[in-house]
Design a protein around this ligand. Structure first.
Ligand code: CTP
Ligand code: CA
Length: 224
């Protein structure tokens, strides 16, 4: 099969990875969404599989291909993503990389909304989506390692530390998306935030970030 020649420190471990954006319908032809290519999440799913983990990738709508060697479940909305993640439990490792839409349209229209001459644009009341990372971080069936991402434009470490505590995560991988070329790009510069402290990594390819995070996970999984 694939990756036959690699050492397998995560053999026998189950991992769940979320990736991509979610789409929250406004009507059958429109949606609200976050910006996300899925590149970083898909790369992490692939890297964990390479280390021997049995990986379920729960992906929102992306244009990139399903990675080899992982089970990919395709979803659209945040609520579908949460259901797919819970269906993939139990797991040893959860890595929530998806850019989940924080809000959905409270009442999506069953039919296409039409412009009416002389009428004001329709209001779009929103309601909050479930927090998938927080749900899994506090789950009765919580994976041993729960990891989140935080894309911030300022005060990166402070916000990441707050998310670590609030969401019950063991690690937040924080990145500064105000830097050019990160969103939708192939490179990333991340800071790891744990209860023990922070560690900044140099700017590197998203595949290299994925490999190093997977090595970090393998090292933690050894500790227990
Ligand atoms: N996340 C999630 N479900 C949500 C929102 C976020 O699982 N409804 C996860 C993301 O996948 C990521 C982490 O939580 O791993 C942080 O996401 P982020 O958007 O930075 O955090 P929020 O809590 O939504 O805070 P804000 O957007 O206000 O900064
Ligand atoms: Ca958010």
């Amino acid at each position: 099969g694939v990756f036959d020649d690699q050492p397998k420190p995560l053999a026998g471990r189950r991992a769940i990875v979320t990736s991509g954006p979610t789409h929250e319908p406004i009507d059958p032809v429109r949606y609200i969404a976050n910006r996300s290519s899925g590149r970083q999440g898909h790369a992490i799913a692939r890297a964990l599989a390479k280390l021997g983990a049995e990986v379920t990738l729960v992906s929102g709508p992306v244009t990139i291909a399903d990675p080899d060697g992982v089970k990919t479940v395709h979803v659209e909305s945040a609520r579908e993503m949460l259901a797919a993640v819970e269906a993939a439990l139990p797991a040893d490792i959860a890595v929530m990389v998806a850019a989940v839409a924080d809000w959905r349209v409270a009442q999506s229209a069953p039919q296409k909304m039409k412009k009416k001459p002389g009428e004001a644009p329709p209001p779009l009341p929103l309601e909050e989506n479930p927090d998938i990372l927080k749900t899994i971080g506090h789950h009765a069936n919580r994976p041993h390692l729960v990891i989140g991402f935080a894309a911030e434009t300022h005060d990166v470490v402070a916000y990441a530390s707050d998310k670590l505590a609030r969401k019950g995560a063991d690690l937040i991988v924080a990145n500064d998306v105000s830097k050019e070329g990160v969103m939708g790009g192939t490179r990333n510069q991340v800071t790891l935030v744990t209860r023990e402290g922070t560690e900044s990594w140099p700017d590197m390819d998203k595949d290299a970030v994925a490999n190093r995070i997977s090595d970090w996970i393998a090292a933690q999984s050894g500790k227990k």
